[in-house]
Design a protein around this ligand. Structure first.
Ligand code: PLP
Length: 284
C-alpha cells in the first residue's frame, strides 16, 4: 500500500512517526474512517465536519485544509487502485520531543497527519444476510465520547469479551441504558418505530446515524431519539447498528435472547437498501 504521512506519499513499510508522538504516548489524536465504493468517497462532508469539531474540542489546529484532505483521499484511492473499502485518517497532536501531560503550543509543534486505505466488501456483506449477535457490557469509557479520539482500549476490551462469548460485538450500558456499540450506533425497532439514543457527550455522533435517521423520516418511518434498556431491546421486533463501514447491520441476538424472529428485520433491511442506494448516488 501507498500511505500518506505528513505531506508524503510512501510505501507503508517506509512510513514512520516519532516515538514522542502524543498520539502514540497518550492517545492524543482524533480520527475518521470514511468508506469508498466504486472508487468514490461516501459522505466526505459529514466526516470532515465531525473531524473539525473533534479537533476544535481538543484545541488542535489542523495541518491541512479540508480541500487538501479531500485531495489526499482521492490521491490515495488512485495510488492504491481502491474500489471498495475505506480510508483511515488520524490527526495527532504531534511530537514535542519529550513526554509531558501539558500539550505543546500548536505554533511550535504542529499536528501530525496519517492516512491509509483498506479493502473491505461493503455492499455485499455476509453479516447483512445473517445478522450479528451482541453481548451487553458496562460502558467504562471516558465522558467525551462525542469526540472521536484514538482512546480505543476499552472498546477493544469490550469487543474481546464479546468474542469470547461467540458474539460479534458489545452494546455498552451506562446507568441501565444502552449508549452505543463498540464502534457503531445502536437502534431497536418496536411496532414500526425506530428508537435510538439522543445525541449528547455520551455517544459518538455517527455520520451514518445522521443519514439513516434522515432517510427513515423521508420514508415516513417513525423515529424516537431516546435511550433504551437491554431488556427493552431484547423484547424489540428488530435491532441494528450503523457505522461508516458497516452501513446498517441487523442484530439478531442480545445476551442470548433472540430478537424478533431471529432473522434480519424488514425495517433494518429496507434502511440498509435506501442508505446504500442514496450514498452511492451522492459519493464524490
Ligand atoms: N459509535 C462509535 C463509538 C464509533 O466508534 C463509531 C464509528 O467508528 C460509530 C458510533 C459510528 O459512527 P459513523 O457512522 O460515523 O461511522
Amino acid at each position: 500500500r501507498t500511505v500518506y504521512v505528513n505531506g508524503d506519499y510512501l510505501p507503508e513499510t517506509e512510513a514512520k512517526v516519532s516515538i514522542f508522538d502524543r498520539g502514540f504516548l497518550m492517545a492524543d489524536a482524533v480520527y475518521e474512517v470514511t468508506s469508498v465504493i466504486g472508487g468514490k468517497i461516501i459522505d466526505f462532508a459529514g466526516h470532515s465536519v465531525r473531524l473539525q469539531r473533534s479537533m476544535s474540542e481538543l484545541e488542535m489546529v489542523s495541518p491541512v485544509t479540508m480541500d487538501e484532505l479531500l485531495a489526499i483521499h482521492r490521491e490515495l484511492i488512485t495510488k492504491n487502485d481502491l474500489d471498495e473499502g475505506g480510508i483511515y485518517l488520524q490527526i495527532t497532536r504531534g511530537a514535542p520531543g519529550d513526554r509531558d501531560f501539558a500539550w505543546p503550543d500548536p505554533e511550535e509543534v504542529p499536528c501530525g497527519i496519517v492516512l491509509f486505505t483498506f479493502n473491505k466488501p461493503l455492499v455485499d456483506s455476509k453479516v447483512m444476510d445473517e445478522g450479528i449477535k451482541v453481548i451487553s457490557i458496562a460502558d467504562e469509557r471516558w465522558g467525551r465520547r462525542d469526540i472521536k479520539t484514538t482512546q480505543l482500549l476499552y472498546p477493544s476490551f469490550a469487543k474481546m469479551q464479546a468474542k469470547k462469548k461467540g458474539c460479534a460485538d458489545a452494546w455498552l450500558v451506562e446507568d441501565g441504558l444502552v449508549t452505543e456499540g463498540t464502534a457503531n450506533n445502536a437502534y431497536i425497532v418496536k411496532d414500526g418505530t425506530i428508537i435510538t439514543r439522543q445525541l449528547g457527550n455520551d455517544i459518538l455522533h455517527g455520520i451514518t446515524r445522521a443519514a439513516i435517521l434522515r432517510f427513515a423520516v423521508e420514508a415516513q418511518m417513525k423515529v424516537e431519539e431516546r435511550p433504551f434498556t437491554i431488556e427493552e431491546a431484547q423484547q424489540a421486533d428488530e435491532a441494528f447498528v450503523t457505522s461508516a463501514t458497516g452501513f446498517a447491520q441487523p442484530v439478531i441476538e442480545i445476551d442470548g435472547a433472540t430478537i424478533g424472529t431471529g432473522v434480519p428485520g424488514d425495517i433494518s433491511k429496507r434502511l440498509r437498501e435506501i442508505y446504500t442506494e442514496e450514498m452511492i448516488k451522492t459519493a464524490i
